[in-house]
Design a binder for this molecule. Structure first.
Ligand code: FAD
Length: 454
């Protein structure tokens, strides 16, 4: 393979965008070789660390990614932090083209006083905790309070709400980490409020996630009738998906559900967080102050305007779910700090020939895996077009992974190959089997590495 003189492409990030871009490149060019570099020793990005444990069917894409990784013209190199262990310029020298598919590892902050108090978490960290992201293993959220407030109303917010309220029996046979399961089993959280700046017609979740909330055993919906004023009248003009979503929400708001349920959840619309309220000792969050809003305009583009009224909600757990955010990984790569993406045109990174991007770092942190697949296929097509139009100099041979792994070695960085990830995978499945789960994720990078290289 190393003697192949076809195009060599490097992909930065082993999540859906990386694997879908690789898949399409390998398919469209029979002479292309593709190497994927991933920061963690384990592949699959948010499919492993984002997608909720009770959505196993969503994780089936891992089978396709595995096929790509095992393709004879593809190689996977985990445990390589691009930007730190190796620079983008070094990669560009070793490859004909480099695709940035490194996702959105940062977090949008609320920018309000008190948001760093204990008891306040980002959804990113909270999700990382129950999904076994090594950097979140010490999170230990205190679940001894009765009310949790989630800020944001997208699918991630609903994932978090569902995990907080789901009966532990529903979770114990998933790949949720054992320590999260234990914490949730002892949780006192009985009420989850899901707060949004705008109204029911602007909510960002999809119907599947809403239906899961409605169907949660032992939980009923608790909403404010005032939030739904005028909504029934607006229904008829809504596009079909939004209409169905809104109807389901109104039904839940009206009927509530099982009166005997011990737990409840509800949307709180037209409210923006202004301050996290600290307890008397000032040491942890005990509530949140919300500004009441009114809507200016209508439909998707309606804006929330403050009314001047405030409302305090007592709660011991606050989770901000207002979005992920891409971060720059190398000063040599253009970055748009306002949009928090790598600026690009159809996946071609601005002003940088031979550099491309796909996935969340290309279009921002929204959209499901299928959206990411489509935009990754688009980037791969554009890259191939550029090859065929002679925009990438394919006449020079490029050394690819051979040069990069040698360089990494001089820096004391050893990579985890896909076959080595499979050892980690086998160990996780083995540990899971004892517990009646598909896998028990390893939480410690050193332990992962030990098993990978054993
Ligand atoms: P990522 O999945 O984040 O992959 C990026 C990869 O790059 C990661 O593996 C990361 O470790 C790696 N990386 C980062 N920095 C570097 C670096 N410097 N060097 C090397 N590698 C690096 N979609 C669905 O269809 N269904 C769902 O149920 C669903 N649930 C979700 C739940 C949550 C909480 C979240 C956040 C998202 C969910 N999504 C879901 C959306 C889906 O996860 C994304 O569309 C998709 O993962 C984006 O792919 P990506 O490859 O751009 O980013």
């Amino acid at each position: 393979l190393s003697s192949s003189s076809g195009p060599r492409v490097c992909i930065v990030g082993g999540g859906p965008a990386g694997f879908y871009t690789a898949q399409q490149l390998l398919k469209a060019r029979q002479d292309a070789a593709v190497d994927v570099y991933e920061r963690l020793p384990v592949p699959f990005g948010l499919v492993r660390f984002g997608v909720a444990p009770d959505h196993p069917e969503v994780k089936n894409v891992i089978n396709t990614f595995t096929q790509t990784a095992q393709h004879e013209r593809c190689s996977f190199h985990g445990n390589v932090n691009v930007g730190k262990d190796v620079t983008i310029d070094e990669l560009r020298q070793a490859y004909h083209a480099v695709v940035l598919s490194y996702g959105a590892e940062g977090n949008r902050s609320m920018g309000i006083p008190g948001e760093d108090l204990p008891g306040v978490f980002s959804a990113k960290d909270f999700v990382g905790w129950y999904n076994g992201l090594p950097s979140n293993k010490e999170l230990r959220p205190d679940l001894s309070c009765e009310t949790a407030v989630i800020l944001g109303q997208g699918n991630v917010a609903l994932d978090v709400a569902r995990i907080l309220l789901a009966p532990v029996e529903m979770l114990k046979e998933t790949d949720i980490t054992q320590n999260a399961l234990k914490a949730l089993a002892g949780s006192k959280v009985r009420r989850v409020l899901i707060v949004g700046r705008r109204g029911p017609l602007q909510i960002a979740c999809t119907i599947k996630e809403l239906r899961e909330m409605v169907n949660l055993p032992n939980s009923r919906a608790d909403m404010l009738p005032a939030d739904f004023e005028g909504i029934a009248e607006a229904l008829k003009d809504l596009p079909r998906p939004r209409k169905r979503l809104t109807e389901l929400m109104m039904k839940a708001a009206k009927e509530g559900g099982d009166d005997k349920a011990e737990k409840c959840w509800g949307f709180r619309f037209f409210r923006s967080p202004v301050e996290v309220i600290a307890g008397a000792d000032g040491k942890r969050a005990t509530g949140i102050r919300l500004a009441l809003n009114k809507l200016e305009g209508s439909g998707e583009s309606a804006r929330a305007e403050v009314t001047g009224q405030m409302e305090d909600v007592d709660c011991g757990l606050i989770i901000s779910s207002i979005g992920y955010k891409s971060i720059p990984i190398d000063p040599a790569v253009p970055f748009d700090p306002r949009r928090a993406i790598v600026p690009n045109e159809m996946g071609r990174v601005q002003d940088t020939a031979g550099l491309y991007c796909s996935g969340w770092v290309k279009r921002g942190p929204t959209g499901v895996i299928a959206t990411t697949m489509n935009d990754s296929f688009d980037t791969a097509r554009v890259l191939i077009q550029d090859m065929e139009a002679g925009k990438l100099d394919l006449s020079v041979n490029k050394p690819g992974a051979q040069a990069i792994t040698a360089l990494l070695q001089t820096r004391g960085v050893r990579t985890v190959l896909f076959s080595q990830w499979e050892k980690i995978n086998a160990e996780e499945e083995k540990r899971g089997k004892f517990l009646g789960k598909p896998r028990e994720k390893l939480l410690d990078v050193d332990e992962m590495l030990k098993i990978a290289w054993s």
